[in-house]
Design a protein around this ligand. Structure first.
Ligand code: SF4
Length: 334
């Protein structure tokens, strides 16, 4: 156990990834990267991070943005509550004088900052000796120490958090946390871990008991439901109708075309552009149909709909599924 951290840190010194948010102690930049990476692969997250921080290089700049602007920058990343929470948190920071809190408790007060993100910012920006525990850490620890407690159980979360904390070298918290993340992503990968070149192989329980496939153990998964969506793209003299999705459902705050059940259009005039387009979210599988309706008269729609010129549609943040559907809308021909 005592060799774990030194071995890991030696591995990290030669194998650690060069990422745009590494090597900074700026809590704002670390926070942005951590929120983006919560549900996003590094390769995709890197581009978003660069664009986002170019657009808003400081927490002051972000706090002054509108929700629409932030959602537009976030478009395509999914889990849009992250973007809304970031804007809220940036404003919280500004209300507190414009300086990020430098304690775990203070960081946890920021909207959208959970234990993992607080530990990441705390260790990387302020050198706090707190271990981060994410999917990579669960996997590395479960395998190396041969632990089969489900990682999504309360007991498992407590156990892994305590173990990670006990392994953390107090003076090198940031490097250790980043090393664990890279080690899980590069060496101890979910499928086919590279045990033959692993510096921790000698002491790895999973390897010696042939359990690398089995560990980590996950408890029962949440049920996934299927949901049908039907959209109509109305084209009326160069304008189309969209509305903002309300709170209490997926994609809050994003825009979408008319939903079938909400309008009383004569559907026999509509052309079907796409059918059964499948989009998978964490707990839902969406199946969408998409229609085009050409009309000279604007149909009556519920009051939350607005008419926007088609050339300005790209200025509205839409969910990825809608973005895919919109690609099938034919160009206007005079
Ligand atoms: S030996 Fe294999 S399973 Fe064990 S820590 Fe290394 S890569 Fe992971």
């Amino acid at each position: 156990m005592k060799d774990f951290a030194p071995t890991l840190l030696r591995w990290y010194a030669t194998n650690g990834r060069t990422l745009p948010w590494r090597g900074t102690h700026d809590p704002y930049l670390i926070w942005v990267s951590e929120i983006i990476l919560q549900q996003t692969r590094i390769e995709q997250g890197r581009d978003y991070y660069l664009r986002f921080t170019r657009h808003w290089p400081t927490v002051q700049a972000l706090a002054a943005a509108t929700e629409d602007e932030v959602l537009l920058q976030w478009q395509g990343l999914g889990y849009y509550s992250r973007a809304r929470n970031m804007l809220h948190a940036a404003r919280q920071v500004m209300q507190q004088g414009g300086t990020f809190p430098c304690t775990i408790e203070g960081l946890r007060q920021l909207k959208g900052v959970g234990p993992y993100t607080a530990a990441a910012i705390g260790s990387m920006a302020f050198g706090l000796p707190v271990a981060t525990v994410d999917g990579n850490v669960y996997r590395v620890l479960a395998r190396h120490f041969g632990i089969d407690t489900p990682i999504n159980s309360t007991q498992g979360q407590k156990l892994f958090a305590q173990l990670a904390q006990s392994l953390l070298p107090q003076q090198q918290a940031a490097d250790f946390n980043q090393a664990m993340m890279d080690f899980g992503a590069i060496q101890c990968t979910p499928q086919s871990p590279h045990c033959d070149t692993c510096p921790l192989a000698d002491t790895c329980v999973a390897l010696h008991t042939d359990q690398t496939e089995r560990l980590p153990v996950k408890g029962n998964k949440t049920k996934v439901t299927t949901r049908r969506l039907t959209y109509i793209y109305i084209r009326c003299n160069g304008f189309t109708a969209i509305h903002r999705r309300p709170a209490g459902d997926i994609w809050q705050g994003l825009w979408e075309p008319v939903k079938m059940e909400e309008g009383k259009m004569k559907m026999e005039d509509a052309v079907c552009l796409r059918q059964n387009v499948k989009h998978v979210l964490t707990h839902q599988v969406l199946l969408a149909d998409f229609y085009l309706l050409l009309t000279d008269q604007r149909p009556a729609l519920p009051p939350d709909y607005i008419w926007v010129h088609e050339s300005e549609l790209s200025g509205y943040a839409v969910p990825r599924l809608v973005e895919i559907l919109l690609e099938s809308v034919p160009e206007i021909t005079e």
